[in-house]
Design a binder for this molecule. Structure first.
Ligand SMILES: Cc1ncc(COP(=O)(O)O)c(C=O)c1O
Length: 463
């Protein structure tokens, strides 16, 4: 901290200048998180900056807006809510907090069940695909639940429901399916998972439930694929999280968790705080937080309505299609993302003997594009991909411009003397080995491993 104060204009200038070196959020195609909102909503956000959300008694209207959001989302996900009932759910900082809360509720319910049957309750586990986002690994580590991951394989980058159900045992607190895998945007087959798990539950007498991590897909599927059954229409789906700050179209800082009904949220996890004026039920990990994001979510719901969201998501899908076709046309890439899923394009080089997706990512940075490259989780770690997320503010003109930059980068890299020899020689030097004659596949793998060293741990960092 500096010893002396400085004029406010100077402080502003110093920070503003330094921030110019950050990337441009609108060109950050690495993230699902919203980077543009309407100026009217920006005004509401600024006006609520000084409201602490937790002071519910002082800001009852803000609380009411959050409850309306919970209700709207619960209806969107087909929660069975009677006319005189309210939806059960809460606004969170993002899907990560939402997942911690849902996971805790499952853990507690499972413990009760085990205790009531006189069985051990100290070794809970959770079954997911190896493609889960890092927040599931955090949940497992922080709350002492073993994470049992279904491995991926080349050509299948989501959880295989058959394998997941095979891994379920008496200590499984839930199976978590992802609606919109972070890595490829693909929806996991929740309906099939539900069928298989119902069968297993019937055979074993267990009661293993499903959580759906719909961080991105929760605001895609209801608008574009209304007949896809993935939500509370399925009997075993007991809770769902969704990120308001992804396709909920709000700036970073809002997520939601919704329970099918009251019975699935153990009462002892809800705190009743009364020292701020009245009884406030809270079930969150944090106490204080801003109100702006909740207000912004409500703004988007009433401003856009169902049709507005549908139009925006359709437009994103259309831009994803333009991009996918442009990339396919280069003849260099295999497209890993699916047409039914989150609007993103995940693609791998057909041949990476001379350069890799990591180098393409680096070279695109020169034009301002931020596009992540990463390797897939086990057992598909030899596949390295680039991923471009299409958000509302990514226009068709930008999609076309990006394709031309990818073409330019490919052309430049093709014209360079082959880098493979240099890179493999460096790998050999680093590892103190002598170059032996290698197959193309070996060279390809070494080149990938070489680049991966620079981006290690990045896979789980993508959001
Ligand atoms: C499938 C999935 N789950 C959870 C998360 C974490 O979400 P948040 O950033 O809202 O905490 C992400 C983030 O990208 C995600 O893709």
């Amino acid at each position: 901290m500096p010893e002396e104060s400085m004029p406010k204009e100077a402080a502003y200038q110093v920070i503003n200048d330094e921030l110019m070196l950050d990337g441009n959020p609108r060109l950050n195609l690495a993230s699902f998180v919203t980077t543009w909102m309407e100026p009217e909503c920006d005004k509401l956000i600024m006006a609520a900056m000084n409201k602490n959300y937790v002071d519910m008694d002082e800001y009852p209207v803000t609380t009411e807006l959050q409850n309306r959001c919970v209700n709207m989302i619960a209806h969107l996900f087909h929660a069975p809510i009677g006319d005189d009932e309210i939806a059960i759910g809460v606004g969170t900082v993002g899907s990560s907090e939402a997942i911690m809360l849902a996971g805790l509720a499952f853990k507690r319910k499972w413990q009760h069940r085990q205790k009531s049957q006189g069985k051990p309750f100290d070794k809970p586990n959770i079954v997911t695909g190896a493609n889960v986002q890092v927040c599931w690994e955090k949940f497992a580590r922080y709350f002492e639940v073993e994470l049992k991951e279904v491995k991926l394989r080349e050509g299948c980058y989501v959880m295989d429901p058959e394998k997941a159900v095979e891994m379920v045992d008496e200590n499984t607190i839930c199976v978590a399916a992802i609606l919109g895998s972070t890595l490829t945007g693909e929806f996991e087959d929740v309906k099939r998972l539900n069928e298989l798990l119902m069968k297993k539950n019937k055979e074993t007498g267990w009661d293993t439930p499903i959580h759906v991590d719909a961080a991105s897909g929760g605001f895609i599927a209801p608008f574009l694929f209304p007949h896809l059954e993935w939500d509370f229409r399925l009997p075993l789906v007991k809770s769902i999280n969704v990120s308001g700050h992804k396709y909920g179209l709000v700036y970073a800082g809002v997520g939601w968790v919704i329970w099918k009904n009251k019975e699935h949220l153990p009462e002892e996890l809800v705190f009743h705080i009364n020292y701020l004026g009245s009884d406030q039920p809270t079930f969150t990990l944090n106490f204080s937080k801003g109100s702006s994001q909740i207000i912004a979510q409500y703004y988007q719901f009433i401003r856009l309505g169902f049709q507005g969201y549908k139009n925006i998501i359709e437009n994103c899908m259309e831009n994803a299609r333009v991009l996918r076709e442009g990339l396919e046309k280069t003849g260099r890439f295999d497209i890993l993302s699916k047409e039914v899923g989150v609007p993103l394009v995940a693609f791998a080089l057909k041949d990476s003997t001379n350069y890799t997706v990591f180098q393409i990512s680096e070279n695109l940075r020169r034009f301002g594009w931020i596009i992540p490259a990463y390797t897939m989780p086990p057992d598909a770690q030899h596949i390295a991909v680039l991923r471009i997320v299409i958000r509302e503010d990514f226009s068709r003109a930008l999609a076309e411009r990006l394709i031309s930059h990818v073409e330019e980068v490919l052309k430049e890299m093709d014209a360079l003397p082959t880098k493979t020899t240099h890179i493999t020689a460096t790998v050999d030097a680093v590892q103190g080995r002598k170059s032996a004659k290698k197959s193309e596949r070996e060279i390809e793998e070494e080149v990938t491993q070489y680049w991966k060293r620079f981006v290690d741990q990045k896979r789980t960092g993508v959001c």
